[in-house]
Design a protein around this ligand. Structure first.
Ligand code: SF4
Length: 448
């Protein structure tokens, strides 16, 4: 049928030609497909970026990047070649195309990307979801009644500019001194298992970080086998953006064989083992990403799912989201599962979208994908948890304040008789409000 708002067209995945970057002109396929080569050649600073880009970019880009790193960035730079290669994937980049690239916009943010007047919302906070406040053991957040989040480490093979866990994850930046995990990994992991054994009502463990691809394989396998030895644990979900950012890691023989052992054990014990990844744009999907996802499915992982983040300038249009979902579902064997609204962390206002926009995107995505592969757009409301974007109870569009309720207590509210009747606020980016709403916020800030 012609004339639809979105026209589906199958697009097979293509590995962009990395030799278009001057610094990688002589890189072989064997090097490219080596996890070790990818890790050693990650771009961690401007000097290394210049070495890869040669004279493709004007100096003004590097000045803009340096300004951001000194004054605004909440994450340090860490880009595996695999991810850098998905920026301007179909030609040799120049300054303008690099500036406008959706993956560049969130993986390599520059100062002029940020909003001048409102870089941060007045209610933005470092640990915007209060995960640290809900730790029941170091790195173990118990927020939902039946589920826990286990943060095994605080590093990733790639650092995303919008990281929700910017409070803990990555190296400190000139503007953010990061929280540190203090226990030895083995003691932290033992504490997690002890908590799970003592709390049989917790049946679902999200194993995250950071990114589990940075946990040495033997340690990760031991942790997962430990979880599988707790009979009350019925779901295990492994979180790794590296499935996309460094798929070479998930194709290492040691990792593939180890995942097979874990998947077989999970299957024998009737535990649902899944991998969750984080892809925000269809350009990030390459044949190697698909191969890594399909290999996980082949060794017995029950499902590989995507949890993207909705961001202006990156993917906040219906066609961007549907292109990505069709690439995930049809080409990479990854289930489109969630899109999160970008959380209210500092210096993220230029990425965040208002709730009404997210609702419109959810509306416009319906009906194209199979129902089970139609992702939900969710808002992670502080002190509430994930809510579908249509679940708000009230919405003041002028001031950009939506109100949400909850149906369970977190560990912080055990003694709060009113926890389930309270309304919790979430805030739209101020620059998206009508002028009267923006003026109201200016006055609030001035009066504070
Ligand atoms: S991979 Fe995940 S945890 Fe790591 S920096 Fe990106 S968003 Fe944060």
């Amino acid at each position: 049928m012609n004339g639809q708002p979105y026209e589906y067209q199958r697009r097979p995945l293509v590995e962009p030609d990395w030799t278009r970057f001057p610094g990688w002109r002589d890189v072989t396929t064997a090097q490219w497909e080596s996890a070790q080569w990818q890790r050693v050649n990650c771009v961690k600073n401007i000097k290394q970026l210049r070495a890869v880009m040669g004279d493709l970019l004007d100096d003004r880009f590097y000045v803009d990047l340096e300004t951001d790193q000194q004054r605004l960035a909440t994450m340090s730079m860490l880009l595996p070649p695999q991810m850098l290669n998905t920026m301007v994937p179909d030609r040799t980049p120049d300054t303008e195309s690099f500036y406008n690239d959706p993956v560049r916009r969130y993986m390599l943010p520059v100062a002029t990307d940020r909003h001048l007047e409102w870089p941060s919302h007045p209610h933005a906070t470092r640990d915007s979801l209060h995960e640290h406040d809900m730790w029941v053991a170091e790195g173990l957040t118990h927020r939902y009644p039946t589920k826990v989040l286990a943060e095994l480490l605080s590093t990733c093979p790639q650092y995303c500019g919008h990281c929700t866990r910017m409070d803990l994850v990555g190296n400190s930046t000139p503007t953010v001194d990061k929280l540190r995990l203090s226990l030895k990994p083995v003691d932290r992991y033992d504490a997690h298992l002890a908590y799970l054994k003592a709390h049989p009502g917790v049946r679902d463990v999200v194993v995250s970080g950071g990114d589990v691809a940075n946990v040495p394989w033997k340690q990760l396998e031991a942790y997962l086998m430990g979880l599988l030895s707790v009979p009350t644990v019925r779901d295990i979900r492994l979180a790794t953006k590296a499935l996309m950012g460094l798929p070479q890691h998930w194709l290492l023989p040691e990792v593939v064989e180890g995942m097979q052992r874990v998947a077989i054990t999970a299957s024998r014990r009737g535990v649902n083992l899944a991998v969750h990844t984080h892809v925000n744009h269809v350009n990030s999907l390459t044949p190697l990403v698909a191969k890594a996802a399909q290999t996980l499915l082949e060794v017995g992982v029950r499902d590989v799912r995507n949890q993207g983040v909705l961001m202006r300038g990156v993917n906040a249009t219906t066609s961007d989201l549907l292109d990505l979902c069709f690439g995930l579902q049809g080409e990479a064997g990854i289930l489109p599962y969630y899109f999160y609204m970008c959380d209210m962390i500092p210096n993220a206002e230029h990425w965040r979208v208002p709730v009404w926009h997210a609702q419109q995107l959810q509306h416009d995505m319906m009906g194209y994908l199979p129902g089970y592969a139609t992702p939900r757009i969710v808002c992670d409301v502080p002190f509430v948890g994930k809510r579908w974007v249509h679940m708000l109870t009230d919405y003041d569009r002028e001031h950009g304040i939506s109100y949400w309720t909850k149906n369970y207590r977190t560990s912080l509210e055990a003694d709060d008789a009113e926890a389930l009747s309270k309304q919790h606020a979430y805030y739209d980016p101020i620059d998206t409000l009508p002028e009267s709403g923006q003026a109201w916020w200016r006055k609030q800030v001035a009066d504070d």
